[in-house]
Write a protein that binds this ligand. Structure first.
Ligand SMILES: [Ca+2]
Ligand SMILES: [Ca+2]
Ligand SMILES: [Ca+2]
Ligand SMILES: [Ca+2]
Length: 469
C-alpha cells in the first residue's frame, strides 16, 4: 500500500518535472523596498465633490483638453468634470449617466462604469471634422440593442459602449451638444474585464498616419482564464487593442472607420479583423506613448500571478491566454519552465507577481507615464506605473534593456512635509483628518497632464494630487 503510494508519487513528480513546474510565486525575491527609492513632492491640485449619495467620487481617468489648458477628470459613475489648468473652478461638464442621454451607465462592482474618455485632437479647431468631438467608453445596463461585438456564447451581463459626443461650442463650460452617437456596442459575457482605456496618440501631428485614430482597449470579457479563448482569436474583437477612425464609416456597422494601414488589413487575410492593432491581452488597463521613442507601453492586468508592463506595436501578440507575463499560463498558475520561449511574441519589460509583502489580496497594475520631462529631475527617463488596490508607485528605467521580471522595479514614495509615505497612507491620513471612513485600498489611477505631468487619482477622498518638483 505505502509502496504503491510512493511509486505513484514518484511517477507524478517525475512526469511533472519533465513537463512543467507550476508556481504561484514566480518571483520569490520581494520587490526592493528601500534601495533607489525616489521620494516625490506633491500638491493637492483639485477636489472633486462627493456623489449624490455622499460617497467620494470614483475617479478613473484624467486628461488635458487639446488646444487649451483645461483639465478633465471622469468618475466611474458617469460624471465628467472640467477645471482650469491650475485645478481651480471645478465644474461638472457633463453627466454621462444623466437620464436625457439614455446611456444607463452601470457602475456596480469595482470594474464597471465609465472606464475612459478621450478628446479628438481637433476638439478645439473650429472647421475641422473633429471639432467639438470627444469619446466615452462605458458599461451600460441597457442590453436591448443588438451588439456589434460578441465574445462567443450567450451570456450578456452588460454592454460596453463607445460613444461620440459632439459639442457645439468646444469652449463651453458645460456640454452643449445633443445625445451621443453609438460607435460600437460590445456584449459583455461577464461583469469583469470590460473596456479599458481609449486614447488618441498625443504625439501624432496633422498629416501623420496615426493622427485622429483612436486606440481602444477591449479586455477578454471576464470570468477567469479567458474561457472563450478570445485573446488569441483574430476573428474576435475581445482580448485586443483596436485602432479605429471614429470619423470613418468602412466598418461592418458603418459607424467607424478601419484604417487601411492596420496590421490585419494589410495581412490580406479576410478572416482576421481589420480593427485589431494588437492581440493577446487580458485587461489592457492603461497605455501611453513615449515621447522619445514614439512607442507604446501597456499596463496589462494579469490573472492570478503576474502583472506586466509590455510594449505594444502594430500586429503584436502579447501572449494571453497561453502566456501570463513571461510564463506559460496553466490553470491559474504559471509554468516556470522555458520562460519567453515562443517565437514571435512580445514579452514584458517588467512584471511583478501577486505574492509580495507590498500588496493586498487583490493586485492589478495601472499607469502609465514614460517621464521625459525635466520638471522633476529625479523622475526623468523613468517609466512610472503603480498597483491599483495598494496604491504602490513604481518605476523602471526607460532606456535600459529590460527582459522582464521584477528585479528592475523600484518604488516611488510621496514626500509629505519631510516624511515619506505611501499613496495609501496619504489618503488614509486625509480621511482621518476629515472624519471620513478610512480607506482600506487606494484604487490608484493616473491622470495625464502636459509635459508628462502626473496626477494621482483615487476613489476614496476626492482629491487629485499632482507630483511636483
Ligand atoms: Ca513573489
Ligand atoms: Ca466583461
Ligand atoms: Ca485581415
Ligand atoms: Ca502578456
Amino acid at each position: 500500500m505505502i509502496r504503491h503510494l510512493i511509486t505513484g508519487l514518484m511517477a507524478l513528480s517525475t512526469s511533472a518535472a519533465l513537463a512543467q513546474t507550476l508556481s504561484t510565486d514566480p518571483f520569490p525575491t520581494p520587490i526592493e523596498t528601500t534601495s533607489d527609492v525616489i521620494a516625490v513632492n506633491f500638491i493637492e491640485y483639485a477636489r472633486i465633490p462627493n456623489d449624490d449619495a455622499g460617497f467620494a467620487p470614483r475617479l478613473m481617468h484624467m486628461l488635458t483638453e487639446p488646444g487649451s489648458g483645461r483639465r478633465f477628470v471622469s468618475a466611474m459613475t458617469g460624471e465628467l468634470y472640467g477645471m482650469n489648468a491650475d485645478g481651480s473652478n471645478v465644474t461638472l461638464y457633463v453627466n454621462i449617466n444623466a437620464p436625457q442621454w439614455q446611456v444607463q451607465v452601470i457602475s456596480a462592482g469595482s470594474e464597471r462604469g465609465v472606464q475612459s474618455f478621450a478628446f479628438h485632437p481637433q476638439f478645439n479647431q473650429m472647421g475641422t471634422p473633429g471639432y467639438g468631438k470627444f469619446y466615452t467608453y462605458a458599461d451600460t445596463s441597457n442590453t436591448d440593442v443588438k451588439p456589434d461585438f460578441v465574445s462567443g456564447g450567450t451570456r450578456r451581463s452588460q454592454d460596453t459602449v463607445l460613444l461620440e459626443w459632439s459639442a457645439n461650442d468646444a469652449s463651453s463650460a458645460q456640454y452643449d451638444g445633443s445625445a451621443p452617437r453609438e460607435i460600437f456596442r460590445a456584449a459583455q459575457p461577464f461583469p469583469n474585464h470590460n473596456g479599458s482605456q481609449i486614447a488618441f496618440n498625443p504625439l501624432a501631428m496633422p498629416g501623420d498616419e496615426d493622427f485622429g485614430l483612436l486606440y481602444v482597449g477591449l479586455a477578454d470579457g471576464g470570468s477567469g482564464g479567458d474561457p472563450m479563448n478570445v485573446g488569441q482569436d483574430l476573428t474576435n474583437r475581445f482580448g485586443k487593442i483596436l485602432r479605429i477612425d471614429p470619423l470613418g464609416t468602412n466598418s461592418d456597422n458603418g459607424r467607424y472607420g478601419i484604417p487601411s494601414s492596420n496590421p490585419f488589413v494589410i495581412d490580406g487575410n479576410d478572416s482576421t479583423l481589420g480593427e485589431i492593432y494588437a492581440y493577446g491581452v487580458r485587461n489592457p488597463q492603461r497605455f501611453n506613448w513615449d515621447a522619445r521613442t514614439g512607442g507604446i507601453l501597456l499596463a496589462e492586468i494579469g490573472q492570478n500571478q503576474i502583472e506586466e508592463i509590455s510594449p505594444v506595436s502594430a500586429g503584436a501578440n502579447l501572449g494571453w491566454n497561453t502566456w501570463e507575463g513571461s510564463y506559460k499560463y496553466v490553470s491559474g498558475k504559471v509554468d516556470m519552465e522555458n520562460p519567453q520561449s515562443e517565437a514571435g511574441l512580445t514579452w514584458p519589460i517588467a512584471e511583478y507577481d501577486h505574492t509580495d509583502p507590498l500588496f493586498q489580496r487583490q493586485v492589478a497594475v495601472t499607469g502609465i507615464v514614460i517621464y521625459r520631462s525635466d520638471a522633476i529631475p529625479a523622475l526623468q527617463n523613468k517609466v512610472i506605473f503603480g498597483d491599483n488596490p495598494s496604491g504602490e508607485l513604481f518605476y523602471v528605467e526607460a532606456d535600459s534593456q529590460h527582459t522582464g521580471g521584477q528585479a528592475s522595479i523600484r518604488r516611488i514614495l510621496l514626500n509629505d512635509g519631510g516624511s515619506t509615505k505611501t499613496f495609501l497612507q496619504v489618503i488614509q491620513e486625509k480621511n482621518a483628518a476629515e472624519n471620513a471612513d478610512v480607506a482600506g485600498r487606494a484604487d490608484l489611477r493616473f491622470g495625464y497632464g502636459p509635459d508628462n505631468q502626473v496626477y494621482l487619482l483615487n476613489k476614496h477622498d476626492g482629491i487629485i494630487r499632482l507630483l511636483v518638483p
